[in-house]
Design a binder for this molecule. Structure first.
Ligand code: SF4
Length: 500
C-alpha cells in the first residue's frame, strides 16, 4: 500500500533537501528526439563534451578490442568485484605518473560519485563551500546534499581568494580546464593556491576531468603527497568518449586516499567498468599515448575550424584549451535558451549555459566535433539565425502593413541609422520585403558571400520596393487580401513584374 502525502516540509528528509532542484546536464538526445520527432541516430550532440576523435576502440592501432574486454568482464559477472580494485588503481597511478602509487588512487563510478564521496567525508552541515562560477554544477549539488552553504566567487578571482573567505571555507573547487569556459590554469598558479588553501585548512578540490584533452603537463597530481588538503579528480568519460560506462578516479595523499577508500561505497565499480577502465589506462604512454596525443592534435585543428566558423556577427567565442567552446551571445537578439531549442529542433544539441550558477542567458557551450559535424553545427546556426531573422521580418512587415493600412504608407524613416539605404526620399514601408528572397536579378538584387560563409540574397541595389507608387499599389493588395503566400504571388505579378 502506497501512502501519498501532500508535498509538505515534513517529508522525512533533511530540511535542507526539501527544495533541492535536480542538476541540469547536456546529452539530452532521447528527450530531443521525442520533442522534435528526429530519430536519435540523426541527432548531433554537441552539448556533451566528449573526445571527438572517437573511442580508442575506433582506432585499430590502439590494439584494444571492446568485445574482448566485455567478454573478460562478463566472466566475472557471478562474483563480487574485488573491492580493493588494485589492478585499476595501479593502472591509474602509472597512467598519470608523477610518482603516484595505487595508494594515492581512489576508484569511482564516474565524476559525480567521487565528488559526492569527498563531500560526504569532509562537509558538515552548515560548512561553507566556495564555487567559482561559471563551473560544473555537480560540485554545489553534491555539497548541498551534505548540507553545505554555497558561496560563489568569480572565475577571475579563483587564484587569489580573500584570506577571510578561505578561513570560512571548508572546501573550494577548481575545474581545470574549466567547464564551461575551457580556460586552462597553469600548474604553478594552482600550486600557489594549494599552498594558500592548506595554510587556511581549506580543501582544494581540483577537477581535471578534461586535462588529457588539453595539456596533461598542467596536472597538479604531483602535489598531493605532503598536502592532505588537496584532492584531484580525473575521469575517463570525456577523454575516452565512453560516458555510458561510468569510470573515474581521485588522487590524494596516501593518508587522505586511505580514508576515502575506506568510506567509499563498497563495490562502487562494476566488473565491466573495472576491466575496461584498467585496459584504457594501461595503453602505452599513459597520458601521452598515441591515442591521446592524436586526440589533442585533432581537437586543436577542429577547434580552430569551429572557432573561425563561430566568429560571426553576434557570436563571441572565448579562447579554449580543450574540446568545447564557450560563446558569448549577448549581442544576439536570441537568448541561450531560445537558440539551443531552435538548434535542437534541427537535430543539433548545444549547451544552454543558463543552468550554470544562474549566469543568465548570454552564453552557450558547443563541443568540438569532427569536420563534417562542425560543418553541420555552423550550417545549422546559420539556418537558425536566418529563420529567426525571417520570422522577425515577417512580424515587422505585418506591423508596417497594418499601420500603413490605417495611416497610409510610412514614407522615409529618417530616424533609421541606415537611412537612406537605397535612395534619398525612398519609402520605408517595405523595409522588410514580402518577396524576400525574390532571386530576381532584374530588381537589382543579387546573391553575395555572407560573413558567416555561404551565399545570401542582397537587396542593396533594389529600388523598386521603395518607390511610392509601387508601395501604394502593394499596400492596396495586402490591405485587401492580407499577407499570405497567395497575396504575395498576386502582388508580385500585378505590381512588381510590370516595373522590372
Ligand atoms: S531585391 Fe527587392 S524585391 Fe527582391 S527581395 Fe530584395 S527588396 Fe524584395
Amino acid at each position: 500500500m502506497i501512502i501519498v502525502t501532500e508535498k509538505s516540509s515534513s517529508l522525512p528528509v533533511k530540511n535542507y533537501l526539501q527544495d533541492l532542484k535536480p542538476c541540469a546536464h547536456g546529452g539530452l538526445i532521447r528527450k530531443s528526439s521525442q520533442n522534435y520527432g528526429i530519430p536519435e541516430s540523426e541527432i548531433l550532440d554537441a552539448s556533451a563534451s566528449l573526445n571527438p576523435f572517437g573511442t580508442p576502440f575506433d582506432h585499430k592501432w590502439s590494439q584494444l578490442n571492446l568485445d574482448v574486454l566485455l567478454a573478460k568482464g562478463l566472466e566475472k559477472l557471478e562474483q563480487y568485484p574485488d573491492n580493493r580494485y588494485l589492478e585499476y588503481r595501479k593502472a591509474a597511478a602509472v597512467f598519470i605518473g608523477m610518482g603516484m602509487t595505487y595508494e594515492n588512487i581512489v576508484p569511482g563510478n564516474g565524476s559525480t560519485e567521487i565528488i559526492r564521496l569527498v563531500a560526504e567525508c569532509v562537509i558538515n552541515e552548515g560548512d561553507m563551500v566556495l564555487i567559482p562560477r561559471p563551473t560544473f554544477s555537480e560540485y554545489e549539488m553534491q555539497c548541498k546534499v551534505m548540507g553545505a552553504s554555497i558561496k560563489y566567487i568569480d572565475q577571475e578571482d579563483i587564484l587569489d581568494p580573500d584570506d577571510k573567505l578561505l578561513d570560512e571555507a571548508k572546501m573550494i573547487f577548481v575545474c581545470n580546464p574549466n567547464n564551461p569556459t575551457g580556460k586552462l590554469l597553469l600548474k604553478e598558479d594552482i600550486d600557489s593556491l594549494a599552498k594558500k588553501c592548506a595554510s587556511h585548512d581549506t580543501i582544494l578540490f581540483v577537477d581535471e576531468a578534461f586535462i588529457e584533452l588539453a595539456d596533461p603537463e598542467q596536472s597538479v597530481a604531483y602535489l598531493v603527497e605532503g598536502n592532505d588538503y588537496l584532492f584531484i579528480q580525473r575521469s575517463l568519460t570525456k577523454a575516452f568518449a565512453i560516458p555510458g560506462i561510468r569510470m573515474g578516479f581521485g588522487v590524494a595523499s596516501k593518508n587522505f586516499a586511505c580514508v576515502l577508500n575506506n568510506a567509499r561505497l563498497s563495490w562502487n565499480m562494476g566488473c565491466i567498468a573495472d576491466i575496461v577502465a584498467t585496459a584504457l589506462l594501461s595503453m602505452e604512454g599513459g597520458v601521452n599515448s598515441q591515442y591521446l596525443r592524436e586526440s589533442r592534435a585533432f581537437i586543436t585543428k577542429e577547434r580552430q575550424f569551429l572557432m573561425d566558423k563561430l566568429s560571426r556577427r553576434g557570436f563571441k567565442p572565448f579562447e579554449s584549451s580543450v574540446n568545447y567552446i564557450y560563446v558569448d551571445i549577448s549581442s544576439l537578439p536570441l537568448d541561450s535558451s531560445e537558440l539551443s531549442q531552435r538548434m535542437a529542433s534541427k537535430g543539433v544539441l548545444i549547451r544552454d549555459c543558463s543552468s550554470f550558477q544562474n549566469i543568465g542567458k548570454d552564453y552557450i557551450r558547443i563541443a568540438v566535433r569532427n569536420r563534417e559535424e562542425n560543418e553541420r553545427i555552423a550550417a545549422t546556426i546559420r539556418t537558425v539565425i536566418y529563420e529567426w531573422g525571417r520570422e522577425q521580418a515577417k512580424i515587422q512587415l505585418e506591423e508596417n502593413i497594418t499601420t500603413a493600412s490605417k495611416c497610409g504608407r510610412m514614407g522615409s524613416n529618417k530616424e533609421c541609422a541606415y537611412y537612406p539605404c537605397h535612395f534619398e526620399g525612398q519609402d520605408c514601408t517595405f523595409c522588410f520585403c514580402p518577396f524576400y528572397p525574390c532571386e530576381d536579378e532584374r530588381t537589382g538584387g543579387t546573391w553575395v558571400e555572407s560573413s558567416s560563409g555561404g551565399q545570401v540574397w542582397s537587396c542593396l541595389d533594389c529600388d523598386v520596393m521603395h518607390q511610392e507608387d509601387v508601395v501604394d499599389d502593394l499596400l492596396s493588395v495586402f490591405t485587401r487580401e492580407g499577407l499570405n503566400e497567395k497575396s504575395v504571388k498576386k502582388a508580385w505579378n500585378e505590381v512588381v513584374e510590370s516595373k522590372l
